[in-house]
Design a protein around this ligand. Structure first.
Ligand code: GDP
Length: 530
């Protein structure tokens, strides 16, 4: 029993979020390096190829050489067992990226020091805020010319609306980058451009009182540091862990992932400041992580690992207890007892079949088509359902036209199944029935995925007619409003999802506000529910 508790206590499950190219992959790689999970930095870059081999589930992925789905990595560091959830960016940005954040207990936000807060970071950040999870900031690429650190703080605070508390502070940047000052210990970690990050950097240790410091930094940087520290101590937010845990205050760190500088410092503080897996809300109240009864929820479904069988893998986040592959579990939504088949975990880059896992872990299980996003599995006889997962506003919409209308049945089946996996969302206009389907996606690549999969897996050819609409809103108080009576704008479309929930679709963002102004009491939301 003591071991069981310890296993859960030592777990940390977090997602890394960033705009493409800020350094997420490089940072992940260095984390794995510290964990001893890989020996040579650079292997995660190869991850794109390695991942290929395991998630070789779609031609399109091969063609484009990118991974369409997000992945999970587990490794040990010191006494911790760490689960990192990757949130893919670039063209493979999709609703999956958002949904991954539902399985994390905290998020690490990587920001490029020369660029500040960028578009995709803002989107992902909003999802973290929705969940009130702690958000840690790593400001990367200090070895390049960077924006003034005070401006970066200001940028985060004003654009994201979160308070910041620098835990360390950079001394210079670019060619002048000398290291970081640790505000907690008052030590200076000096930067020496070393070994391309091939092995863990041994930071030299100086304090503000070290007599050689001024000479080491040069008088200009030294004086600026003294001034900065004074200003920070006087003006910056205090480290209030209660606010951190609610996601209202972000501890901020500086460094350079590529040079492996500031990573260990970050990792140590981060692990200390974050908690073990958190309890999760269900229809029976909060579910205690340390309860002996196993429970988990499905947050991602990845299709067709094996094309011949139309297999799927359902990814689950374990929320309480211990998973034992030999024991039966209860699938709440399917109302059935079953044994989870071929449970697996991705350890660093290797997928392996496991026999046990603990709260905080993510497991992938073989899914014969029974699971939906948000489903709960729990211990037989102790049933409850976890709170649903939100659906996120797609930003691209298209009308779907079937080329061969004779294949109606396959088409409906195919598109419904793909929607059930959460890769796309489907809608209908009022009074049109299934003849006219509107598909909404978060990233445009999903349009190609849909076309490709319908053709290859269901033998159905479709044409997509893109629509100018980009803003979708769920009607939060649909009970109080007759959708047909909502006073709209000329660009507004009334649509419904498959469950019949009413939604509004707009071309322009300003129209959303305009409709709110015209319809007093109307509440619109950017998130729906599965
Ligand atoms: P991702 O798209 O966020 O995963 O970013 P990557 O980790 O792939 O990094 C994008 C580019 O920035 C790559 O060329 C990296 O080598 C580079 N990079 C990452 N971290 C640093 C850093 O600390 N300093 C510099 N100069 N380049 C970096």
């Amino acid at each position: 029993m003591a071991d069981f508790k310890k296993e859960i206590e030592r777990r940390r499950t977090f997602a890394i979020i960033s705009h493409p190219d800020a350094g997420k992959t490089t940072l992940t790689e260095k984390f794995l390096l510290y964990g001893g999970a890989i020996n040579l930095a650079g292997s995660v870059k190869g991850k794109k190829t390695a991942k290929h081999a395991v998630s070789d589930w779609m031609e399109i992925e091969k063609e484009r050489g990118i991974s369409v789905t997000s992945s999970v990595m587990q490794f040990n560091y010191k006494d911790y067992c760490i689960n990192i959830l990757d949130t893919p960016g670039h063209q493979d940005f999709s609703e999956d990226t958002y949904r991954t954040l539902m399985a994390a207990d905290s998020a690490v936000m990587v920001i490029d020091a020369s660029k500040g807060v960028e578009a995709q970071t803002i989107k992902l950040f909003k999802v973290c805020v929705l969940r009130h999870i702690p958000i840690f900031t790593f400001i990367n690429k200090l070895d390049r010319e960077a924006q003034d650190p005070f401006d970066l703080m200001e940028d985060i605070e004003s654009v994201l609306g979160i308070h910041t508390c620098p835990i360390n502070w950079p001394i210079g940047s670019g060619k002048e980058f000398k290291g970081v000052y640790d505000r907690q210990t008052h030590h200076i970690h000096a930067f020496t451009e070393n070994n391309n990050g091939m092995k863990a950097a041994s930071d030299r240790d100086l304090t503000m009182d070290s007599p050689e410091l001024e000479q080491e930094l040069g008088s200009e940087l030294y004086e600026r540091l003294v001034d900065d520290i004074e200003l920070l101590d006087g003006a910056s937010d205090e480290l209030d862990m209660d606010l951190v845990s609610k996601g209202q205050l972000s501890p901020v760190f500086f460094g350079s992932a590529l040079n492996n500088f500031g990573i260990e410092l970050f990792l140590n503080y981060f692990l200390e400041m974050t908690s073990s897996p958190l309890p999760r809300m269900s229809d029976s109240g909060l579910i205690d992580t340390f309860s002996p009864d196993f429970s988990a929820f499905v947050f991602k479904i990845q299709a067709n690992m094996n094309k011949a069988h139309r297999d799927r893998i359902a990814f689950m986040r374990i929320c309480s207890g211990k998973f034992d592959a030999d024991k039966e579990v209860y699938h709440v939504q399917g109302k059935k007892k079953l044994r989870l088949s071929q449970p697996q975990q991705l350890m660093a880059q290797e997928r392996k079949v496991i026999s046990e896992a603990y709260a905080g872990d993510i497991i992938g299980v073989f899914d014969p088509g029974i699971f939906s996003i948000g489903d709960t599995v729990c211990t037989p006889g102790k049933k409850f359902a976890f709170e649903g997962i939100p659906t996120f506003a797609p930003e691209h919409f298209a009308k779907v036209r079937q080329v061969d209308t004779m294949k109606r049945k396959q088409f409906i089946k195919g598109i419904s199944q793909i929607a059930q996996e959460g890769a796309i969302q489907i809608f209908q206009e009022y009074n049109t029935g299934m003849e006219e389907i509107i598909v909404g996606v978060v990233g445009v690549l999903q349009f190609d995925v849909l076309k490709h999969r319908l053709l290859n897996e269901y033998g159905v050819e479709i044409r997509l007619e893109t629509m100018p609409h980009e803003y979708i809103r769920w009607i939060a108080n649909k009970e109080d409003f007759d959708t047909n009576k909502i006073i709209g704008t000329s660009d507004m479309k009334r649509i419904k999802d498959l469950k019949g929930n009413p939604l509004l679709l707009f071309v322009h963002e300003w129209a959303v506000q305009s409709v709110l102004d015209k319809n007093k009491g109307l509440e619109l939301s950017e998130f729906g529910r599965w």
